[in-house]
Design a protein around this ligand. Sequence first.
Ligand code: GAP
Length: 431
Amino acid sequence: MTLDMNELVSLCKRRGFIFQSSEIYGGINSCWDYGPLGVELKNNIKRLWWNAMVNREDIEGIDASILMHPKVWEASGHVAGFTDPLVDCKKCKHRFRPDQLTEKKCPDCSGELTEMRQFNLMFKTFMGPIEDESSIVYLRPETAQGIYVNFLNVQTTLRHKIPFGIAQIGKAFRNEITPGNFIFRTREFEQMEMQYFVKPGSDEQYFDHWKEERLKWHKSLGLNPKKLQFHEHTKGELAHYAKKAFDVQYEFPFGWQEIEGIHNRTDFDLSRHQQYSGKSLQYFDEATKEKYTPYVIETSVGCDRTLLACLIDAYHEEEAKDEKRSVLRFHPKLAPIKVAFFPLIKNAGLQELTHKLQEMVRPFYLTRYDEAASIGRRYRRQDEIGTPLCVTVDFDSLKDEAVTVRDRDSMKQDRVNMTQLMEFLRKKLEA
Ligand code: GAP
């Protein structure tokens, strides 16, 4: 089944995952707002990444400022080189990347196009009340630079020996010429980046290590392994800072595309920051008495793109009891809501017991209560948002102290004693 992206966009809106930004004003191109379920899904992805990257002895987390000293972006090479080629239509003023055009005329109005020029993708703004050249600051186009400028702060305060890493999750901004494919390419997005500082000479070994680790992480989200692959950058594709780079790609309905980049950035960034700041960023190895500028192995994954891959991968349409059901088969650790609670009908005794059971589970898992419509309709609603388990309280429950637990994927129903319920849910959700 090839998923129709419009269907996914519509489900995301209908069920509160993702809304168009500023929709009541007609929306703003390529900006999206995460709704109540979307933000849970996104937080789950971020938490899983953070646990995998920071819950270990050799990596620390930070949260650096989005606005940085403008010299950072001169040193990083972004002021001079973070550009895309661009042409404008002289008639309708629309902008295009020339490499994506098949004709020499505007595809929208057949108007004449300007000569190609380079367009810097960084968003500019002004710091302070005076809007002139001296007050220009940039919205960071990658979170990585916040890590490089803090390399020595972290290394010395936490007394780390090389190799060690610094991880960060945060917003990045790029004035993309051709955003699109829903949340795949946007102008504001979130990155989860880790920079691993190593001794020059050991960089290739750590590059190979992190490349494999990162693919494993994507598989651990439950993504179909057949839809994941590596793509090695050719010389022409390599970013200005990279000696070697591999993308982890996912097979989207619009083709194989990058979700993560693993880069060997050599000592490019630290050396440039030393040069532009005049401050040494060298590491002194106490044991060998050597002083050197570390190399950096970077892993850089887009949170929004990973979320899109998870949504697409989980989306299934199937026949169930003569009707179509849409189901998001999320891995339980990704599912926004883990357990839904239903009284069979609106009856005071059933409602009270259902609330009591929900309160028992609430401290451990995100839950929802639903008593509107038939049980079948309520199951379908939870299937569509990917809730792995539904607990139904019926009249027998008042006598035999057991409830029905229904599984999203198999649609199998188990009768479970209430005293065993927590254990049963935990086993299913953490299997
Ligand atoms: N620090 C290295 C770096 O930023 P990148 O390959 O340009 O490398 C890393 O970006 C990841 O960030 C990409 O794999 C992608 O998941 C995400 N990303 C980049 N540009 C994006 C955009 N315009 N919209 C959404 N995600 C984006």
